[in-house]
Design a protein. Structure first.
Length: 308
């Protein structure tokens, strides 16, 4: 049996900071209105998926004390590839200098957790180290005159190194799901802009996140009280708070970065994880619950033991 452990973490963010006051200059909104309804104070915009992904990947390798040649596969979770063809993972692979394979995965905002499970599957059948990256530039597919969505989105990337270990490893359990009948609630057609039915997404998201998280914990033989840190997708602070309340996990045990970064889709969970690590909130042997939802509608949760 071969399992995985997660080594190293790195992020990348565009230089441009877009505050709520900046948006208020062109939209019928205000800093107070946005914070009250979303928890967001500012976001980063102007990113390119491949450039952010490559930078986050390099930093994750550096954090793990590894070189590009030590990696077998680049796995990119993204909803905003640089182009339809080729896959953006191949561009990142070339920029970093990884000699192995590369492929993209699109499960919307659930993509990073999906990618973690896929990486574990690759390792189980013989792969070496995998560089797992979540990178999205939602600002590229957003109508900045749309008050409902423009206040939510941001650009960013986060990456980790997934390494094989003998035995069951540190991915204790996972749960994934999708319901294609809900695709109309959150979508973006080719050449178009993001569309979201906010009220319905909120209602569905809280339910599927809680159910998925509970199933993953049950499969690991754990309870919410055993979770040292919840690392949720950063879509809306109200959704995070509602999920915490229903799971019985306090906000003090939850990683939240939406106030600074907004909704960064596939990048949001690794961005939150990196922030928690850098701020000393993740100790050796900690039990992490990663959970998210996205267009599709997709959802995914993973219980991960963290090794310093």
């Amino acid at each position: 049996m071969r399992g995985i452990t997660v080594r190293g973490c790195g992020i990348s963010l565009p230089d441009k900071v877009l505050t709520n006051d900046d948006l208020s200059a062109t939209l019928d909104t205000s800093d107070a209105w946005i914070i009250e309804r979303t928890g967001i104070k500012e976001r980063r915009v102007g990113g390119i998926t491949s450039q952010m992904g490559a930078e986050a990947g390099r930093r994750a390798l550096e954090d793990a004390g590894l070189q590009p040649a030590d990696v077998d596969v680049v796995l990119l979770a993204t909803t905003t590839p640089d182009a339809l063809v080729p896959g953006t993972s191949a561009t990142i692979q070339e920029q970093i200098g990884v000699p192995g394979g590369a492929f993209d995965l699109n499960a919307a905002c659930s993509g990073f957790v999906y990618g973690l499970v896929v990486a574990a599957g690759l390792v189980a059948v013989g792969s070496g180290r995998i560089l797992l990256i979540g990178s999205d530039a939602l600002s590229r597919i957003t109508d900045w005159d749309d008050r409902a969505l423009a206040v939510l989105v941001g650009d960013g990337a986060g990456a980790v190194v997934v390494e094989p270990v003998d035995g069951p490893g540190d991915l204790l359990s996972w749960n994934m799901g999708a319901d294609g009948s809900l695709r109309h609630l959150l979508k973006c057609d080719h050449g178009g802009y993001l569309f979201m039915d906010g009220k319905e997404v909120f209602r569905k998201a809280v339910r599927v996140v809680v159910e998925s998280a509970e199933r993953a914990l049950s499969d690991a033989g754990l309870q919410p009280a055993d979770v040292d840190l919840l690392v949720p997708h950063q879509a809306n602070l109200r959704i995070i708070q509602a999920a915490c309340q229903r799971l019985g996990i306090t906000e003090e045990r939850t990683a939240v970065v939406i106030d600074r970064y907004g909704n960064t889709s596939s990048a949001s969970i690794p961005l939150a994880l990196d922030d928690a690590i850098r701020n000393g909130r993740v100790h050796d042997g900690a039990t992490l619950l990663l959970t998210g939802f996205g267009g599709g509608m997709t959802w995914a949760s993973a219980v991960l033991r963290w090794r310093a």
